[in-house]
Write a protein that binds this ligand. Structure first.
Ligand code: AP5
Length: 190
């Protein structure tokens, strides 16, 4: 059975870390808009040039730059291939665009990874990516609260959201996610 999954959560919740395990376990396409945008910046493409100032500031890159790149990849997939969206959608407009580009059945489970903001700041300062300065992390958290958190209610109304505690060892968090996916009725708990 194919799995169409979103990992939703604040910066530093561990979306990318858990995505790596899930794509291997379920044979999913991993679509991380953050990775797509960072590759565009590194490759000095037109998309990269346009996205960089927003990423440096911890702001959302405008939807018209992001949604097309996602739709292009999802529409090119064979019917039987599942996918994991990591960092997308990031606000209601992106969620609506996903539905209109891919269809009402674009998603069958949304895992919300909850984590305390101070734990997030400590994790990300340790990682030290270009956008992991304290000022930018705090702005990313503010943007998450204002733009992305409403998606919890949006997907909850559709019966798709499962919230898990993202604090703890990576293995432990992975176990909670496996149970949450099973409770969406898509795969057996492992
Ligand atoms: P994006 O790349 O999506 O970054 P983010 O959401 O801020 O998430 P992070 O990558 O920081 O964290 P994560 O949850 O993946 O955690 P990770 O596994 O890495 O976006 C970057 C920017 O691109 C945005 O600010 C925006 O400008 C733009 N952008 C992206 N998508 C967009 C969109 N759809 N629309 C508009 N703009 C968009 O883990 C973090 C750290 O914690 C790592 O060091 C990891 O080793 C560690 N860690 C992980 N799990 C644990 C654990 N259980 N215990 C301890 N440490 C852990």
């Amino acid at each position: 059975m194919t799995l169409k999954l979103i990992l939703l959560g604040p910066p530093g919740a561990g979306k990318g870390t858990q995505a790596e395990r899930l794509i291997e376990a379920h044979g999913l396409l991993h679509l991380s808009t953050g990775d797509i945008l960072r590759a565009a910046v590194a490759g000095e493409t037109e998309l990269g040039w346009q996205a960089k100032p927003y990423m440096d500031a911890g702001e959302l890159v405008p939807a018209e730059l992001v949604c097309g790149a996602v739709a292009e990849r999802l529409n090119g997939l064979a019917d039987e291939q599942g996918y994991l969206l990591d960092g997308f959608p990031r606000n209601l407009a992106q969620a609506e665009s996903l539905t209109s580009d891919v269809g009402e059945d674009a998603i069958d489970c949304v895992i919300h990874m909850a984590l305390d903001p101070e734990e997030i700041v400590q994790r990300l300062l340790k990682r030290g990516r270009a956008d992991d300065t304290e000022e930018v992390i705090r702005n990313r958290l503010k943007v998450y609260e204002a733009e992305t958190r409403p998606l919890i209610e949006y997907y909850s109304q559709r019966g798709l959201i499962r919230s898990i505690d993202a604090l703890g060892a990576i293995e432990e968090v992975a176990g909670r996610i496996a149970l949450a996916i099973a409770s969406c009725g898509q795969v057996e708990a492992s």
